[in-house]
Design a protein around this ligand. Structure first.
Ligand SMILES: Cc1ncc(COP(=O)(O)O)c(C=O)c1O
Length: 464
């Protein structure tokens, strides 16, 4: 049966999850029918270039034949077995493959079903490690504002988003936040370098204020996602963060749910800053590239051994390390290696960045472009000189996505912080994208931006 797209709330019962997000009467988005490579088609046969890999997930593109074959083969064998009761060859191979790609210091992998679970698991592993090594006083986390770490209660506590906290702070533990070192819109009187110092100093001040013996871990996205629009750490910042954490015995966790699995042109974004290696890393999204729900925590032997030696990790999920997800993720990693998608992300990232810089020069509403590899974003502004953002209520990213859909380019968008820190649009196509497809992406994106600029002019909103 085909359900015709109408509006949200047009069925008295059920009617999809969309009813949780949009009021009745909101037009429904197109219904997705199929995907191949960097393209998606809706039920009406309209084609969209997937410029963001969905929510920065589809790293190896859609409908990869090797992964589909692995899914079919595993589904025909066995799809589920409980953690701890059985192992599967694939789950052992997946841990070996993943730790091999992650390199030194990432010796063991714990598998879960997504990014939020991975971050919650890292929080609990950090805590249990502190207990195991005789430091039970360490229980506080520090995170950054803005940031996004997920939707479970632990990850919500870590997330720097005033809107989310205006609703949920009553039901999650308080996690102090330190500022993100921006490179575009800086506080008065600051250069990129001096503001990065301020942000690193804020971490140390917060550790001291909270009581250094009580602080357990600091978590950050090494290259930002939606909440900062692919903010890249200024030179020296991560190294100082590492030094501060070391000085106070605080664990450093990198949330690489978005930046991991090759997206930035290194298997982990952490590899770009070898002097600032984290103690733990969390992954999801590109790890199974949308073919199955999967997340992971990577940790060194000394952390896992300490916890295992004290009776074992008091944590786990029904779907942790299930044979189906393990086989699928092995096939995905196999494609990452076979097609050398890490190198490709670096090379195609350079091609994309050149296009984005050209667009920024020509477009009246693109103030900044930034990112590493194929984790890039544009920042939209009402005034390029003053860097003044659009009124928050205008929701420029959502408008841009709507113009994109008309033009045949899918620009996934989820607004962080109600736009308080700016209007970002991720540009994160599958790592398999070709030069010709990047050319097409750039011209569709530029046309959509022009549509938005025209709409703004028509609405009488001042640009420039
Ligand atoms: C950096 C980061 N961490 C964590 C998450 C949460 O992952 P999930 O939605 O798979 O729970 C996301 C999702 O967008 C993310 O971008």
């Amino acid at each position: 049966m085909t359900i015709q797209p109408r509006t949200v709330g047009d069925t008295p019962k059920g009617g999809s999850i969309l009813g949780f997000y949009a009021p009745k009467g909101t037009p429904r988005p197109p219904q997705l029918d199929r995907g191949q490579g960097v393209y998606l088609w809706d039920n009406d046969g309209k084609r969209y270039l997937d410029a963001t890999s969905g929510a920065v997930v589809a790293n190896i593109g859609h409908d990869n034949p090797a992964v589909v074959a692995a899914m079919q083969a595993q589904a025909a064998k066995v799809s589920f077995a409980p953690l701890g009761f059985f192992e599967s060859r694939d789950s052992i191979e997946l841990a070996n493959n993943l730790c091999g790609l992650a390199g030194d210091g990432f010796d063991r992998a714990f598998f879960v079903s997504g990014g939020s679970e991975a971050n919650d698991s890292a929080m609990k592993l950090a805590r249990q490690y502190a207990v195991a090594i005789g430091q039970p006083g360490r229980h506080k986390f520090i995170a950054r504002n803005p940031s996004y770490h997920g939707a479970t209660l632990g990850a919500t506590a870590l997330t720097g988003d005033a809107h989310s906290h205006s609703i949920f702070s009553a039901i999650v533990p308080h996690v102090p936040k330190v500022p993100v070192p921006w490179t575009y819109r800086l506080p008065d009187g600051h250069s990129v370098a001096t503001y990065a110092e301020v942000c690193a100093d804020a971490l140390e001040e917060t550790i001291l204020r909270e009581g250094s013996q009580s602080v357990l871990a600091f978590i950050l996205e090494p290259v930002g996602g939606l909440s900062t629009g692919a903010a890249v750490p200024p030179p020296g910042y991560l190294e100082r963060v590492r030094e501060i954490c070391d000085r106070h015995g605080v664990l450093l966790i990198y949330d690489e749910v978005m930046s991991g699995a090759g997206r930035t042109g290194a298997f982990l974004a952490a590899h770009h800053w070898p002097q600032a290696r984290p103690d733990m890393v969390t992954l999801a999204k590109g790890l199974a590239a949308g073919y199955t729900p999967l997340g992971a925590v990577l940790a060194p032997n000394h952390i896992v051994d300490a916890v295992a030696g004290q009776g074992g990790f008091v944590h786990g999920h029904t779907y942790s390390t299930n044979p189906f997800s393990a086989a699928v993720a092995n096939a995905v990693l196999g494609e990452v290696v076979r097609q050398d998608l890490v190198t490709r992300a670096r090379e195609m990232g350079a091609v994309l960045m050149e296009h984005l810089q050209g667009i920024a020069q020509r477009s009246p509403i693109v103030g900044d472009v930034r990112g590493v590899g194929l984790l890039t974003a544009i920042e939209m502004v009402a005034n390029k000189k003053s860097k003044r953002p659009f009124p928050a209520a205008f929701n420029a990213p959502k408008r841009l996505s709507e113009h994109g859909l008309q033009r045949g380019i899918a620009l996934y968008n989820r607004r962080a912080n109600l736009g308080e820190f700016g209007d970002f649009q991720m540009v994160t196509p599958p790592l398999t994208i070709s030069v010709a497809e990047i050319d097409e992406l750039a011209s569709l994106l530029e046309a959509s931006l022009q549509d938005l600029a025209d709409e703004i002019t028509k609405a009488g909103l001042p640009i420039g």
